[in-house]
Design a protein around this ligand. Structure first.
Ligand SMILES: [Zn+2]
Length: 409
C-alpha cells in the first residue's frame, strides 16, 4: 500500500485557504471571482510543475493530465471544485482537488508505475452561490443545462453574467476538452462528509455508494384574514394554525416510514404576516430524502392523502422539484472499499445526502466518492473542519483506489 505525504497534504490545504480568506477563518471564494482565479492559477502552476498538461473546456472546467505508460488507454480522473459558498470553509470542494493533486504528486515523486493517464480536475461553479444553479459546470457537460441559457445567468446581487465572467477569466478552452466517455474511463471524487455520521460513529472513511433521491413539495393552506382582536376564535380560519397542524401531522406520518428517511420544513411564507391580522395564506416546503425511490413515493402518498380541509382552511399541494436517487458504480465502490480495508482504516458504506458533481458524472462514467469526517458535521460555514490525519487518510484511500483502477481497467 502506498501513502501520500501528510505534511505536503497539510501545506496544500493551508496554502489554498489563503484564496478568499476571511478575517477569523473560512473563505468566500465565489466561482470565477478574483480569489477563485488565484486558486485556479496556483493549481495550474503546481500541476505543470508535476509534469501535467493543463487544459480547460468551453465552460472553464479544468483538467490537468499526467501521461501514463500506455498512451492509448483512457484517462482516470479525480477531483471536485475550487469555488465556495459565501462565508464557507477550507475543505468543501477544494479538498477533493488537493487530495487528488497530492495523490498524483506522490505518484510522480515516488515514480509509482501507472498505465493510464491520470487527470486531476475541477468543475466550474459547483456551489451556484454566485451564478445559479449549483453544479453548473458538470450540469452543462452532462446535458442537464443548456449552455447558452447558463451563459446569460446574472450573478446573485450583481450585474455580471456567467458568460462575461467566464470570458474575462481567461479560462475558456476547447469544447473538445470536456469530460467524455471517449477519453475517460473512471471518476473519483473525494469530499468532506458535510454531515455528522462518520464522526459520531468514530469512523475514518465513508465509502459513498450513491446520492439520495429527493422530493420537494409546496404545501398551501388558505384561510380567511380577519381582525386579530374582533373575530372570536370559533369563527377564525387561521391558515398558520392549519399549517402548524399539518406540519406536525407530516412528522407523525413520515416518522412511521423507514428510519433513515430525512425530511424537514425549512421554508415558510405567511400572509399577510402582520401581527394584528389572522393569516389567510401559508405556503411551506417539505423536503424529504431517501436512497430508495419507493420510500419517496410513500412520502408523496402521505402528502396526497393529507386532509383537504384543516380547521376550515383549504389544503393544496404542488411538486416544487425532485431528483432521483443515484447509485455509484459497484466496481468503483470496490476500489475505494478495498483501499480503505487494506490501509486498515475504519469505514462504512453510506449515501450522500447532498448533491455533488459526481452524481451527474455517474451518468457518463463509472463514478464514486470518498468521504472524510466533518467536525460536528458542519459545512458551508467558516468553522468547517477536518483534521490533518482525516484529510491525509482520504488522500491515501484515493491514491490506492486509483492505482487499483489503473491495474484493473
Ligand atoms: Zn462540495
Amino acid at each position: 500500500m502506498y501513502t501520500t505525504n501528510k505534511d505536503r497534504m497539510t501545506e496544500k490545504i493551508e496554502y489554498f485557504s489563503k484564496f478568499g480568506a476571511l478575517e477569523g477563518g473560512g473563505i468566500t471564494r465565489l466561482s470565477l471571482s478574483a480569489p477563485a482565479l488565484e486558486a485556479r492559477a496556483e493549481f495550474a502552476h503546481r500541476a505543470t510543475a508535476l509534469g501535467m498538461t493543463v487544459e480547460s473546456d468551453d465552460v472553464g472546467n479544468t483538467y490537468a493530465t499526467l501521461p501514463g505508460s500506455e498512451p492509448g488507454l483512457k484517462r482516470i480522473v479525480m477531483g471536485s471544485h475550487v469555488d465556495s459558498v459565501r462565508n464557507g470553509g477550507n475543505y468543501d470542494g477544494i479538498y477533493g482537488v488537493l487530495s487528488s493533486l497530492e495523490a498524483v504528486e506522490t505518484i510522480v515523486t515516488e515514480k509509482i508505475p501507472h498505465r493510464h493517464p491520470l487527470t486531476v480536475m475541477f468543475w466550474t461553479n459547483e456551489e451556484g452561490a454566485r451564478f445559479e444553479p449549483s453544479m453548473m459546470g458538470s450540469g452543462i457537460v452532462l446535458g442537464k443545462f443548456e449552455k447558452e441559457k447558463m451563459l446569460d445567468v446574472v450573478e446573485v446581487g450583481g450585474k455580471e453574467t456567467f458568460g462575461s465572467a467566464l470570458e474575462k477569466s481567461g479560462w475558456i478552452g476547447d469544447v473538445k476538452n470536456r469530460l467524455s466517455k471517449e477519453n475517460y474511463c473512471a471518476y473519483f471524487e473525494p469530499h468532506i462528509e458535510q454531515g455528522p455520521v462518520l464522526e459520531e460513529e468514530g469512523l475514518e472513511i465513508g465509502v459513498v455508494e450513491g446520492v439520495v433521491g429527493m422530493v420537494n413539495y409546496d404545501i398551501i393552506l388558505e384561510g380567511v384574514s380577519s381582525h386579530a382582536g374582533t373575530t372570536p376564535q370559533s369563527y377564525r380560519k387561521d391558515a398558520l394554525r392549519a399549517a402548524a397542524k399539518t406540519i406536525l401531522d407530516l412528522w407523525e406520518k413520515l416518522g412511521q416510514l423507514p428510519s433513515d428517511l430525512v425530511f424537514t420544513t425549512g421554508e415558510i411564507f405567511c400572509k399577510p404576516n402582520i401581527h394584528t391580522v389572522v393569516p389567510n395564506y401559508v405556503k411551506f416546503k417539505l423536503d424529504a430524502r431517501h436512497k430508495d425511490m419507493a420510500v419517496l413515493a410513500q412520502v408523496v402518498d402521505v402528502i396526497k392523502n393529507l386532509p383537504k380541509d384543516v380547521y376550515g382552511c383549504k389544503l393544496s399541494y404542488e411538486e416544487h422539484w425532485g431528483r432521483t436517487s443515484i447509485a455509484f458504480d459497484e466496481r468503483q465502490i470496490g476500489f475505494i472499499e478495498g483501499a480503505a480495508k487494506e490501509l486498515g482504516y475504519t469505514y462504512k458504506r453510506m449515501y450522500s445526502g447532498a448533491g455533488h458533481d459526481a452524481q451527474y458524472v455517474s451518468e457518463m462514467l463509472p463514478a464514486v466518492m470518498i468521504f472524510i469526517p466533518s467536525k460536528d458535521g458542519l459545512s458551508h460555514t467558516v468553522v468547517e473542519h477536518s483534521t490533518a490525519d482525516q484529510v491525509w487518510r482520504g488522500a491515501n484511500v484515493l491514491l490506492n483506489a486509483v492505482l487499483a483502477a489503473d491495474r484493473a481497467l
